[in-house]
Design a protein around this ligand. Structure first.
Ligand code: ZN
Length: 232
């Protein structure tokens, strides 16, 4: 898992037993028709390319914050955008300020929130997928280069979220992205959060994580609890 400050939201998932049917994919991966190109440092980052959103659906609503609070089991704070949504409209990912209002640096800008997604991802992690991916990064130069570009994309987009949030520079996490990028795989939740927030074609291992979880959870199939939206 990525470093998670004490007062930060953390995935509600608990590691499940390995499902045993998880096959790591080879380096090649399908690119969706909407595949994006990674942003590099200094690039103008175009928002609104994640799953289930366009530029008009990024702003968090009161209902979004209520749903996120119930998904995570604690009040959410410092949510700047909703960069990915379920087909029902509920948030899948919370774009979180790189410095929390309590002052802690928070590197994991694309925070995977949906319990269905976090649980499916935890099962993959328990099945040993991260070690296999890290091993492949060591011998597949094309994959390694794409993963380094994903790291740069992550940093560029986090800087944009930081500018929106007005948090300014966060030197404690400068050059540090999430999930083990750019050379290792340490948290599939972070990688899947990135892919959902920016679309496929940018983070090759986030894209693989999405493909691998899709039999049990998909951004295209609503698995939300209707009670998450209830007003008290
Ligand atoms: Zn839903």
């Amino acid at each position: 898992m990525s470093p998670s400050p004490q007062d930060a939201p953390s995935p509600a998932s608990t590691p499940n037993t390995a499902s045993g049917d998880v096959e790591p994919r080879e380096a090649e991966h399908r690119e969706a028709e909407t595949a994006q190109a990674p942003a590099a440092a200094g690039d103008e980052v175009r928002p609104g390319t994640g799953f289930g959103v366009d530029e008009t659906a990024l702003e968090p609503t009161a209902q979004d914050l209520r749903v996120l609070t119930r998904m995570l089991g604690r009040p959410v704070r410092d949510v700047v955008e909703i960069p990915a949504r379920c087909v029902c409209g509920n948030p899948l990912v919370a774009a979180t300020a790189p410095r929390l209002s309590g002052g802690s640096p928070f590197p994991t800008v694309f925070y995977l929130a949906h319990p269905g997604a976090t649980q499916a991802t935890s099962r993959l992690e328990a099945a040993g997928v991260m070690a296999q991916m890290t091993e492949r990064l060591g011998r597949d130069e094309r994959l390694a280069a794409a993963y380094r570009a994903a790291h740069e994309d992550y940093l560029a987009r986090r800087a944009r979220i930081g500018r929106l949030a007005g948090t300014g520079e966060v030197p404690e996490i400068e050059g540090i992205s999430a999930g083990g990028m750019p050379v290792r795989v340490k948290c599939l939740h972070a990688l899947l959060g990135h892919t959902l927030a920016v679309g496929t074609g940018i983070n090759p291992l986030g894209d693989e994580t999405l493909e691998a979880v899709e039999p049990s959870w998909s951004p295209h199939r609503c698995a939300c609890d209707p009670a998450w939206r209830d007003q008290d």
